[in-house]
Design a binder for this molecule. Structure first.
Ligand code: URP
Ligand code: ZN
Ligand code: ZN
Length: 465
């Protein structure tokens, strides 16, 4: 198979070139002409990109008394339609389980259902001494990244001593741990204060999780991680206030990396509407109940700058979809609204349109933050994240001039809304290939998609910028 006429983009350069694929692997990139019998994919006018890697998804996650609207079937189909060919999902060790049980549980969910390639982070909702050995077992099984929550008290939140123990074990293994950075104890106090004042609507969610609580948790994490010089990263960074914290930690020698998400770059807290609203306004606000909450346009500007400057290294979606009907609408007050929103399919189009089209990041930086840096940090490079001889032929043919308006009925997830409804974008995924096999044609995933594969991963490259 030969991809001709397009501009091949890596994190380092964008140049006209053809790409030859043999047996699902890139064999040559350059000035190539078709061999007799070779299938040609005409990419004139298009960018030829490495398949996207979403570093942060929650598929078929049991949370807040319900389960996410997307399982591995619908979620990964939606991923492919949006140019993401690998997802890293959070396998979760629930209270009382071993890490092996959490991993086995997630393998059962994904195997035979996922249609793109996938790996797992292992989320630990508590610490037990035997987990140090179990983390080594996980790494041997290809799960080289972990996660802990500094919020969601009584379900997933861990305490500082647990963070210290886990980071020490991770440092011994060379593995990384991602942290949800918000101060869960103070969130509970602020939420109780709002409820005592009669403030029950989704509008108030943002006021219980101010940016200070993210920056504080990140500062505390940095100090604890410094004790063992452990690799670690912050998931879904949302606040401008956190960026100087990252810089200071790095200047002090910390191995800290940062992920942000499209929602914090493109949306803002005006989505929560007004405090006094009718039922329709309340349901509209509930679409955006996620943690951390949406911030201000000034925060988004700072995040874009940090992404361009290398202070933030990659973009995942935190795709955690709950339907309005029967899920978000059932909550009595803001504390009960299932936290999370969909976004898996729109990561590349949003980053391209607002980022490259908006003059906020270069084309090469776009590829770095959606594909190459995730691959390098999560031990997938150079198999994934780049179009180069020897890499998997995970290829996205992206039309940079197509204009379109986001409507949920154009998307392929299992949710019943998009937080980005009505946004006008320039740039659209045309065709997608997973290990050399076509999986999307003209923006539509093919009907019978073969299963994706579990990818065993190596150790993080802490030098990414
Ligand atoms: O609101 C969110 N983000 N839900 C998913 C769980 C998490 O915190 O990542
Ligand atoms: Zn989180
Ligand atoms: Zn998440």
């Amino acid at each position: 198979m030969l991809f001709t006429g397009g501009t091949v983009v890596t994190a380092q350069a964008a140049a006209p070139a053809a790409v030859r694929v043999v047996d699902g692997v890139v064999s040559e990139v350059g000035d190539l002409t078709a061999l007799p019998g070779e299938e040609v994919v005409d990419c004139h006018g298009c960018l030829v990109l490495p398949g996207g890697i979403d570093t942060h998804t929650h598929l078929q996650l049991e949370s807040m008394g319900t389960v996410t609207a997307d399982d591995f079937g619908s979620g990964t189909r939606s991923a492919l339609a949006g140019g993401t060919t690998t997802v890293l999902d959070f396998a979760t060790q629930f209270h009382g389980e071993s890490l092996a049980q959490g991993l086995a549980h997630w393998h059962t969910k994904a195997a035979g259902n996922a249609v793109c390639d996938y790996g797992f982070h292992l989320a630990m909702t508590q610490w037990r001494p035997e987990f140090a050995d179990e983390m080594a077992d996980m790494a041997a099984a290809g799960v080289t990244s972990f996660k802990m929550y500094l919020a969601y008290r009584n379900t997933m939140m861990v305490e500082d001593d647990e963070v210290y123990a886990a980071l020490s074990a991770a440092a011994d293994l060379g593995c990384t741990i991602g942290f949800h950075c918000e101060n869960g104890r103070i969130i509970d106090v602020l939420a109780a204060q709002q409820l005592a004042a009669g403030h029950t609507g989704a509008y108030w969610h943002q006021h219980t999780r101010p940016p200070e609580l993210e920056a504080e948790a990140l500062t505390r994490l940095g100090m604890i991680a410094g004790l063992s010089e452990a690799p670690h990263y912050v998931v879904h960074l949302s606040a401008g206030l956190s960026i100087p914290v990252l810089r200071a930690a790095r200047a002090a020698g910390s191995l800290v990396i940062a992920e942000t998400c499209p929602q914090y770059l493109v949306l803002d807290g005006s989505a929560y509407g007004e405090p006094d609203t009718d039922r329709d306004g309340e349901l509209e606000a509930r679409k955006y109940v996620m943690s951390p909450p949406l911030r201000t346009p000034a925060d988004s500007d700072l995040l874009w700058k940090a992404l361009a400057d290398g202070d933030i290294q990659f973009v995942g979606t935190d795709h955690c979809s709950f339907r309005i009907a029967g899920q978000k609408d059932a909550a009595v007050d803001f504390r009960e609204v299932p936290n999370g929103a969909p976004g898996l399919e729109l990561r590349l189009p949003l980053l391209y349109s607002y980022g490259v089209g908006g003059g906020r990041i270069s084309l090469e930086r776009f590829v770095a933050v959606v594909a190459e840096n995730p691959a390098r940090y999560f031990g997938l490079y150079p198999r994934k994240g780049v179009i180069a001889p020897g890499s998997d032929a995970d290829i996205v043919v992206f039309d940079p001039s197509a204009t379109w308006t986001i409507r949920h009925d154009l998307l392929h997830d299992g949710c019943d809304y998009s937080p980005y409804e009505g946004r006008e974008l320039t740039g659209r995924v045309r065709d997608v290939f997973l290990r050399g096999r076509r999986v999307v044609r003209d923006g539509e995933p093919l009907k019978d998609l073969p299963p994706g594969g579990f990818i065993r991963r190596g150790l993080p490259d802490n030098e990414i910028r």
